[in-house]
Design a protein around this ligand. Structure first.
Ligand code: SF4
Ligand code: SF4
Ligand code: FES
Length: 313
């Protein structure tokens, strides 16, 4: 028998969530969703969750299993059993639970709508379709596979502390249009996406790539938008300045100049930003964390410069 420890929540009956254990013999070949269905159909009909396609297509059955967001219909149940013969199932994170495993997707959809997830052009539509070459489509192929399951949103570390962050799914959707050869608002898009709450607030943790059940893999899409933003000259923000300072430092000396990067990231004429750095500098000084004043290049810096040259940088 395997224990399915499921987080229950029904605000009409009890204000606090709680865990309830169900015992089940996992039938051969059953997915986790099959097991949850058996629990609902045979043990407790009040258990509430979303599901539809049972084929990893509709994106409905996202839930946290043993602490990580997955699609319940995409995994064999036996693969999720821990060493105590238990599977712990909770609602997706970073969204408010409504009942049991059902969460409120409203903030998720608001953020998707914010990135204007539709083609924007300056001209009237042609009589027939707008054409796109296969190599142009390949640039947006991966982001087009997103099924809006919310797994990436659930486990994004930034969203845990910053509601303002657009989040991985909305940014993957944004890349779908930033890199679309038919869209004519690329500059406007990357300018908006470079504002606070956008691409540069991602911490590059990569969790959304691990959690994504499709090739959409949002962090890689975020990096693609960053590249387009830099190519389009959208540099007037801390994130872009930080990326450029980072690259320039490595190019010049083979290592990071940790005294320059914070200053160049806030902007050397940004008096308020520079003043804000002073308390951090003092704390670093007191903890003896100040990098060496005189920055030294690595011995083989010429090899680093050669790599940059070969990359055309
Ligand atoms: S890589 Fe960025 S978007 Fe993805 S989970 Fe981490 S912080 Fe969130
Ligand atoms: S990017 Fe991946 S994990 Fe995020 S909503 Fe789309 S399919 Fe789900
Ligand atoms: S039920 Fe559709 S993705 Fe799982």
């Amino acid at each position: 028998m395997t224990t399915f420890r499921i987080k229950r929540y029904n605000p009409e009956k009890q204000p606090e969530p709680y865990y309830e254990d169900f015992q089940l013999d996992i039938p051969d070949g059953s997915t986790l969703l099959d097991c949850i269905n058996l629990i609902k159909w045979k043990q407790d009909g009040s258990l509430t969750y979303r599901m539809s396609c049972r084929s990893a297509i509709c994106g409905s059955c996202g839930m946290k299993v043993n602490g990580r967001a997955i699609l319940a219909c995409q995994r064999q149940a036996v693969s999720q059993v821990d060493k105590d013969d238990t599977v712990t199932i909770e609602p997706l994170g970073n969204m408010q639970p409504i009942k049991d495993l059902v969460v409120d997707f409203e903030p998720f959809w608001e953020k998707v709508h914010k990135v204007k997830p539709y083609l924007q052009t300056n001209e009237q539509p042609p009589e027939k379709e707008r054409q796109q070459a296969p190599e142009q489509f390949r640039l947006i192929d991966d982001s087009s596979t997103c099924i809006m399951c919310g797994n990436c949103y659930s486990d994004c570390n930034v969203l845990e502390v910053d509601d303002n962050f657009l989040g991985p799914a909305a940014l993957a959707k944004a890349q779908r249009f930033v890199s679309d050869s038919r869209d004519e608002k690329t500059l406007e898009r990357v300018t908006e996406l470079s504002e606070p709450g956008g691409i540069w607030d991602c911490t590059h943790c990569g969790e959304c790539v691990e959690r994504c059940p499709k090739p959409a893999e949002p962090f890689y899409r975020i990096k693609e938008i960053m590249t387009v933003a830099l190519e389009q000259g959208v540099h007037n923000n801390n994130g872009a300045r930080h990326a450029l300072s980072f690259a320039n430092s490595v190019k010049a000396s083979g290592r990071l100049n940790e005294n320059r990067i914070p200053v160049e990231s806030v902007g050397i004429f940004n008096i308020k930003g520079l003043m804000d750095l002073i308390p951090i500098g003092i704390r670093m000084l007191l903890k003896r964390k100040i990098p060496p004043i005189f920055h030294k290049s690595i011995d083989d810096v010429k090899d680093v410069k050669r790599i940059f040259k070969e990359l055309g940088q």
